[in-house]
Design a protein around this ligand. Structure first.
Ligand code: HEC
Length: 201
């Protein structure tokens, strides 16, 4: 009878010890040696609307505000109506240099005539563009002209530095980025700007 009791007690105590050890292992595994068990309650990011469940997936695009990047990428016309190139960027160093219009005439003859015509008079067709022609530089778009030389030069430099893709489905002629590509030096850009300005006093 005593033997039988012993077996029952030992089976029971092994069972209880087993449960305690198992719970201990599970606890230490998920909480570490920390009674507050801060590990399992991850800090919850608050939503702007406190009643909403914090979301982990990226919000569906229809809930996101339309990015205003569009205006930056295609500043076809600036707020004040001045023509602007499609490519972003500043006027660069060329506007701080003194341009030589005689040098500029040579640079123009060598690089610009195929698209803008001799002396910039234009008339070159540009299929696939909304305008249908490459813009003439003589006379030039009046919005680019400014009584202050540096502003006038900057307006032209933006096109020369970064290039511009005319509006339209697939224009065959695109204004190259002379400055960004390094096809013309900053001094050459200053010279050709001086030449264009001399054509459009
Ligand atoms: C491959 C053809 C091509 C060549 C070469 C070219 N351009 Fe252009 N250029 C264009 C096109 C196309 C536009 C119109 C861009 C637009 O509408 O956004 C343009 C626009 C311009 C503008 C702005 C005029 C306006 O009314 O908006 C200036 C200034 C200009 N080019 C200067 C030059 C100069 C200077 C050269 C030579 C160094 C040159 N381009 C060479 C195609 C060319």
């Amino acid at each position: 009878m005593d033997d039988f009791k012993k077996i029952i007690y030992s089976v029971l105590s092994i069972f209880v010890i087993g449960i305690v050890v198992w719970v201990g292992i599970v606890f230490v595994n998920s909480c570490g040696f920390d009674l507050t068990c801060a590990k399992i309650s991850k800090p919850v990011g608050l939503t702007p609307i406190p009643t909403l469940i914090p979301a982990t997936l990226p919000a569906a695009s229809r809930f996101l505000p339309t990015p205003s990047v569009q205006e930056v990428v295609e500043p076809v016309a600036s707020a004040d109506g001045v023509a602007r190139p499609s490519n972003p960027g500043g006027p660069g160093e060329a506007v701080d240099l003194t341009g030589d219009s005689a040098e500029g005439a040579k640079i123009f003859a060598a690089n610009c005539i195929p698209c803008h015509g001799a002396e910039g008079v234009g008339g070159i067709a540009n299929f696939g563009s909304t305008d249908g022609v490459v813009p003439a530089l003589n006379p030039i778009d009046p919005t680019l002209i400014d009584p202050t030389y540096k502003i006038y030069a900057s307006n032209l430099a933006l096109f020369l530095q970064h290039g511009s893709k005319p509006e339209g489905t697939s224009p065959i002629f695109v204004m190259p980025a002379w400055g960004d590509l390094g096809t013309l030096t900053q001094q050459q850009i200053a010279d050709v700007i001086a030449y264009i300005i001399s054509l459009n006093k």
